[in-house]
Design a protein around this ligand. Structure first.
Ligand code: S3P
Length: 425
């Protein structure tokens, strides 16, 4: 993948549908009664893995170009699959579906690709087991493949050691089937799409501070869900517009849920020229059009409760920091080590190769920005967010960059390179 220094980026784009919301629409639609219709569904490999799993669990799911129709069979309508369930590269599929499978009256094996088989599943096995689930890590390493034998579950009050929407959602979904209320308290609030969407499907769910609580017993009803554009995908173009001279990019229809909008706060803190237009609420989710222009950026400190609201954007924030003046410190982000790749090590390795001044810390990284970046060979480690971050980093480097396995962007943004090219005039 070759990129030359870019003179200017200009134009209007829409990014594909939100990955987190697309997964949840398939899952909740499958265990709701009646039809769920999903518009602007993300047809990326991760969400297609979720569709594949629910089809194997006996759910009829129809696809037109970007609308999905799910013939939900109710909370107890899933049936035993004839084969292993494969979540591909998707942590969201693996962890959320485990919460549902833990409560069924059949046994399944759930696995995924090489990356998934290294990601920590103890974080869901522990709380689900406290609820009475029978989940075994087949290789006894607290990773997939998982053998899940459905059981009757009990409600728990769980205090999660990590702010993770995947952990929270797995427990809340299991809680739908439990014999009493289930609550999850997190150190900081993680993305709340599960709470918003489950409520719209009719589940009694309440939230207060960092706690979400679900009461079991009521059925879910199929809904119409319109998925907003994914802020995590928009982030690449926001940063592209900020760090490239003479640029202005309008990104239409982006979800700006306050539990996901940390990237917008960081851009403003760094002095970026960003405007939010046409603010509205759809399906309980805040949505806006985002307009960015080239800006001189300043290094900042990022940590604490901000981290879960921008966890997937840290690779592109590191790129932005390399183009900013002064020091950026990212802390409280040890979760980066257990994403699709170890995103602390991989960012340090690749940004260093481009000549950036960056060092890893225990729970983040420190970047001294403003040094010129040059072409390099970039190792994506098959991590979509690494590949996209370096496509943007390369726009303003002197010399060419080569990204290994750029097709891994298919996981969340199959048309990424085409959309990026459309802005280069
Ligand atoms: C997601 C939650 C986050 C995020 C992932 C999607 C979700 O993971 O990194 O890309 O849809 O719930 P964690 O919950 O593990 O932080």
């Amino acid at each position: 993948m070759m990129r030359n220094k870019t003179k200017k980026l200009q134009g209007t784009i829409t990014v594909p549908g939100d990955k987190s919301i697309s997964h949840r629409a398939i899952m909740f639609g499958s265990i709701a009664s009646g039809m769920t219709e999903v518009g602007n569904f993300l047809r990326g490999a991760d969400c297609l893995s979720t569709i594949d799993c629910f089809r194997k669990l006996g759910i009829q799911i129809e696809e037109t170009s970007n609308r999905i129709f799910i013939h939900g069979k109710g909370l107890h309508g899933l049936t035993r699959p004839n084969s292993i369930l494969d979540a591909g590269n998707s942590g969201t599929t693996t962890r959320l579906i485990s919460g549902i499978l833990a409560a069924q009256n059949f046994t399944v094996t759930l696995t995924g690709d090489a990356s998934i088989q290294k990601r920590p599943m103890g974080r869901i096995i522990t709380p689900l087991s406290q609820m009475g689930a029978d989940i075994t890590s087949i290789n006894q390493n607290q990773c997939a493949p998982l053998l899940i034998k459905g059981q009757k579950l009990h409600g728990i009050e769980y205090h999660s050691p990590v702010a993770s929407a995947q952990v929270k959602s797995a427990i809340l979904l299991a809680g739908l089937y439990a014999d009493s209320d289930t609550s999850v308290t997190e150190p900081f609030v993680s993305r709340n799409h599960t709470e918003i969407m489950l409520q719209s499907f009719g589940a009694p769910i309440t939230t207060s501070n960092t706690t979400a609580k679900i009461t079991p017993g009521s059925k879910l009803s199929g809904q119409k869900v319109e998925v907003p554009g994914d802020i995590s995908s928009a982030a690449y173009f926001l940063v592209a517009g900020l760090i490239t001279p003479n640029s202005e990019i309008l990104i239409q229809n982006v979800g700006i849920n306050p539990t996901r909008d940390g990237i917008l706060k960081v851009i403003k803190m760094m002095g970026g020229d960003l405007k939010l237009e046409n603010l509205r609420i759809e399906n309980g989710e805040e949505v806006a059009d985002l307009l960015v222009s080239s800006s001189q950026l300043q290094g900042i400190e990022i940590g604490g409760s901000l981290i879960p609201t921008l966890i997937d954007e840290i690779p592109i924030i590191a790129v932005m920091a390399a183009y900013a003046k002064g020091r950026t410190v990212i802390k409280d982000a040890a979760e980066l080590k257990v994403k699709e790749s170890n995103r602390i090590d991989v960012m340090v390795q690749n940004l260093s190769a481009m000549g950036a001044h960056i060092e890893a810390t225990e729970d983040g990284m420190i970047i001294d920005g403003g040094f010129p970046l040059m072409g390099a060979h970039i190792e994506s480690h098959l991590d979509h967010r690494i590949a996209m971050s370096f496509a943007i980093a390369g726009l303003n480097a002197s010399g060419e960059i080569q990204i290994s396995n750029p097709e891994c962007v298919d996981v969340s943004y199959p048309n990424f390179f085409k959309d990026l090219a459309s802005l280069q005039i």
